[in-house]
Write a protein that binds this ligand. Structure first.
Ligand SMILES: C[S@@+](CC[C@H](N)C(=O)[O-])C[C@H]1O[C@@H](n2cnc3c(N)ncnc32)[C@H](O)[C@@H]1O
Length: 291
């Protein structure tokens, strides 16, 4: 037994969870576990078998510094420098969007559509840290994915993540606007275009938590109704796709019906809306009509 006033792992967890909750952090327990594990150089689940352990003063000091940053509402993934997506660890930090669990359904939609093909060719528009492109190329060992990003800062993260995944040969990073930087010879030959575009309506800025506002604006906002990028995507993706090729993208809560309509009006059919873990229609996919 340890004396009641010792700062054991369990006591640190409980105290810090309450502290972050008082600061308005949405997932205080998980974040405290991640930060304490980082400060102690162990895996999060190891904390559970070390509740009685008393961290050394230098470890407590390190934890305190991380905790204060989180209390100031810096995103946990920025503090840790990493976020897991599709079972793969990605380097992230200021200047790039933190991958979200719901975007894993976008990868699922593309993998399902492409898995039978011999050498699938795909494009990921707005690749950010490269999470969708890397997940797709990892799940489909013969696929080649062209990953486009406008932000040079985000592209630097993507380059390191592609390299770390050993996928430099099959994930090709391109800087520029939407699909414009793709090699012209790919016109009409892509099996899929996927995208998690910015889709937050500009008027919603005031209701976003500080963690989200710490992420790059160009990764979040897309005009008055949030559909500016989607409108461009459904028009500009079409010529790059094969007949029957897949266009799949993420949308915000309540945007699916309008996005589905845009797909139908722009030469796509067989529209499917997938729901995320919260039951929200989150991923739209459709096939390019012939001709
Ligand atoms: C919502 S984030 C998605 C990042 C990442 N793919 C993910 O799923 O986490 C949108 C990304 O699109 C990029 N972007 C915005 N407008 C763009 C454009 N016109 N062309 C290329 N990329 C763009 C942003 O810089 C940002 O990295």
């Amino acid at each position: 037994m340890t004396p009641a006033d010792e700062w054991t792992v369990l006591r640190l967890l409980k105290w810090s969870e309450d502290y972050l909750a008082r600061k308005g952090v949405e997932s205080p327990r998980l974040d405290v576990e991640l930060l304490l594990a980082e400060a102690l150089g162990m895996k999060r689940l190891e904390l559970y078998v070390r509740f009685e352990h008393v961290p050394a003063p230098a470890e407590r000091e390190r934890f305190k510094r991380l905790l204060l940053r989180r209390a100031a509402r810096e995103p946990a993934a920025y503090i840790l420098g990493r976020r897991e997506f599709y079972g793969i660890s990605f380097e992230v930090g200021p200047g790039v969007l933190v991958p979200r669990p719901e975007t894993e359904h976008l990868v699922d939609a593309a993998v399902e559509a492409l898995k039978g093909l011999e050498r699938p060719l795909a494009a990921d528009v707005g690749t950010g840290c490269g999470n969708v492109a890397v997940a797709l190329a990892s799940a489909l060992p013969a696929a080649v994915v062209y990953a486009v990003e406008r932000s040079p800062a985000a592209l630097r993260y993507a380059a390191r993540n592609v390299e770390a995944a050993g996928l430099k040969g099959r994930v090709r990073l391109l800087e520029g606007d939407l699909l414009a930087p793709l090699p012209r010879e790919l016109l009409g030959s892509l099996d899929a275009v996927v995208s998690n575009p910015p889709y937050v309506p500009e008027g919603d800025e005031g209701s976003l938590p500080p963690e989200v506002l710490a992420e790059p604006r160009e990764a979040l906002f897309a005009g008055r109704d949030g559909l500016d990028m989607v409108r461009r995507l459904v028009r500009e993706a079409r010529p790059w796709l094969k007949d029957g090729g897949l266009l799949a993208f993420e949308v915000g809560a309540g945007q699916a019906p309008a996005a589905a309509e845009l797909l139908r009006k722009n030469g796509f059919s067989g529209v499917v809306a997938r729901r995320d873990y919260a039951g929200i229609e989150r991923i739209l996919s459709a096939r390019k009509d012939d001709g």
